[in-house]
Each structure stands twice: as structure tokens, then as C-alpha cells.
Design a protein around this ligand. Structure first.
Ligand SMILES: Nc1ncnc2c1ncn2[C@@H]1O[C@H](COP(=O)(O)OP(=O)(O)O)[C@@H](O)[C@H]1O
Ligand SMILES: [Mg+2]
Length: 257
């Protein structure tokens, strides 16, 4: 039985940002799948923070009346832009792809949006921010609202370089930033572990930090199939290798705290 104290602890609200530097490493897919995994035990909100090239709605096949662009144009409050993800068990705030107005928000409007998100966040236990690629100020500003930043990389040398660049900029801004690494699209767990070791060595040598490995996610053709079917992976292929790997990441995330 849960004591009041453990119940309170389990309810602690937490904002997780998912970043990468390089695009195409599976950030959005991972954010969606992590949201679905966490939704099993926590009230979860997924926020599309890829302000220029939003695509959570595309991956999930959602057609929404309201999204972040409606919020920015003053046609909806952030709370009104929340939609349930059918079969996902979590809520979503979608962006709008190609909405240039979102990518070029002024710092003042961005901070206003984030303060609305922080207020809304109070009614959730886990909030996942799927960030855009790149290391420009907007991306890093969004990341600065997170308690934990998960950096996704692959063994591609440019993905590793960009993951390192993002880590470096984050660590310079806040030496105590809570950073953790996920290696995606790995051929196997061993190879993924080696990719992590490469990044870890650079972080230790040049930044004097040791961000932990949250997990390795294998390349899995069922991921592509689920995205093509616009269905979350745990709904379509709950027993797939990539689903097991994301569930392991969620366990590791809980164990680290
Ligand atoms: N573990 C995986 N196994 C197989 N394909 C994957 C995996 N992760 C991502 N992908 C593929 O990579 C593509 C890009 O993913 P996406 O989440 O859009 O990346 P990002 O948000 O980093 O730009 C997806 O459409 C999917 O086909
Ligand atoms: Mg993306």
C-alpha cells in the first residue's frame, strides 16, 4: 500500500525536455513513445516544442482545431489547445508545421508561452517537451524550463558532434543541469553503449561532467511501420524491441531520481 508520503513523491511534477542538436535522430518518435510509456503511471502532457517544424500531430495522425499557432495568434489559450491523444493515454499540445511565426517568436512572447505552460503543468505529473533540432537560443530557452534534459543521439558522427555541442552549451549555462543521454537507432545494445562511451569521454575530458546513459534504443522496422500507420508504437506493436527499449529508459529515468 502506498503511504501518503510516497504518494506525494510519486505525484511530483516533472518537466523533461528531449533535445538532440541534429534532426532526424528520432526525437519526436521517442518523445511520443516515452509519453505513452509514462502515461501508464503518471498524468502526462506532450508539448510540441519544435516550433518551426512541428510534427507530433503527423506522427499521431491527429487533426486538431487548436494548436500552438492558435495560441500565438490569440485565438486560444494554451489550456484550450490541449487535446487527448486517442489510445495514447496522454494529452498533447500540437504545433503547426511551417508556422514561421512560432519559430521566430520574440523572447517576450516565448517567455509568456512558457509561463502559461508552467501554470498548465501543475495539473500534470510528467511534461515532455519535444524540442526542435539545432542549438539556437529558442531551443535552449525552452530546454531551460525543464528539470531534466534528455539528449538523443545516434552513432552518426554528426549526431554525436551536435549532441556534444548541445550538452556543452547547456552545461555552460548551468553547470548543475540535469542531463541524460539516450542512444537511438542502434544496431544492438553493445554498439549503442560504445556510442555513449564516446560521448561520455568527450564530456568528461572537456566539460568535466558525466551525464548518465538512460538507455539504448535499437533500430526497429516496427517503428517506421507505426509512424506510417500514425499509431503510437505501444498501441500497434507493444512487444517490439524498440518498445521494450523505451520502457527500459522510463525505468532508468525513475531509478535515477
Ligand atoms: N528506433 C528506431 N527504429 C527505426 N526507425 C526509427 C527509430 N527511431 C526513429 N526512427 C525513424 O527516424 C525518423 C525520424 O524520426 P523523428 O522522430 O521525426 O526525428 P527527429 O524528431 O529527431 O527529427 C522516423 O520517421 C522513423 O522512421
Ligand atoms: Mg522532431
Amino acid at each position: 500500500m502506498m503511504t501518503t508520503a510516497t504518494a506525494a513523491k510519486a505525484a511530483t511534477q516533472r518537466i523533461l525536455a528531449v533535445a538532440s542538436g541534429k534532426g532526424g535522430v528520432g526525437k519526436t518518435w521517442f518523445s511520443v513513445t516515452l509519453a505513452q510509456t509514462l502515461a501508464g503511471s503518471h498524468r502526462t502532457l506532450l508539448f510540441d516544442g519544435d516550433l518551426g517544424l512541428a510534427n507530433i500531430d503527423v506522427q499521431l495522425g491527429l487533426t486538431l482545431d487548436r494548436d500552438l499557432a492558435s495560441v500565438i495568434s490569440g485565438n486560444a489559450t494554451l489550456a484550450q489547445a490541449v487535446a487527448p491523444c486517442p489510445h495514447g493515454g496522454f494529452d498533447v499540445i500540437a504545433g503547426r508545421s511551417g508556422a514561421g511565426s512560432l519559430a521566430s517568436l520574440s523572447p517576450a512572447r516565448l517567455s509568456n508561452l512558457m509561463s502559461q505552460l508552467t501554470t498548465l503543468a501543475a495539473s500534470y505529473q510528467r511534461i515532455i517537451l519535444d524540442l526542435g533540432a539545432g542549438i539556437e537560443p529558442t531551443v535552449r530557452t525552452l530546454a531551460s524550463y525543464a528539470h531534466t534534459t534528455i539528449i538523443v543521439t545516434t552513432d552518426d558522427p554528426t549526431a554525436l558532434t551536435d549532441a556534444y555541442a548541445f550538452t556543452k552549451l547547456t552545461a555552460l549555462r548551468d553547470p548543475n543541469a540535469d542531463l541524460a543521454i539516450v542512444v537511438n537507432l542502434a544496431e544492438n545494445h553493445q554498439q549503442g553503449r560504445r556510442t555513449y562511451d564516446t560521448l561520455l569521454k568527450a564530456c568528461q575530458n572537456f566539460l568535466k561532467i558525466s551525464p548518465p546513459l538512460l538507455g539504448v534504443i535499437r533500430r526497429d522496422r516496427l517503428v517506421r511501420e507505426a509512424i506510417r500507420a500514425q499509431s503510437p508504437l505501444l498501441t500497434r506493436s507493444p512487444n517490439s524491441p524498440a518498445a521494450a527499449d523505451v520502457e527500459a529508459v522510463a525505468r532508468q529515468l525513475a531509478a535515477l531520481k
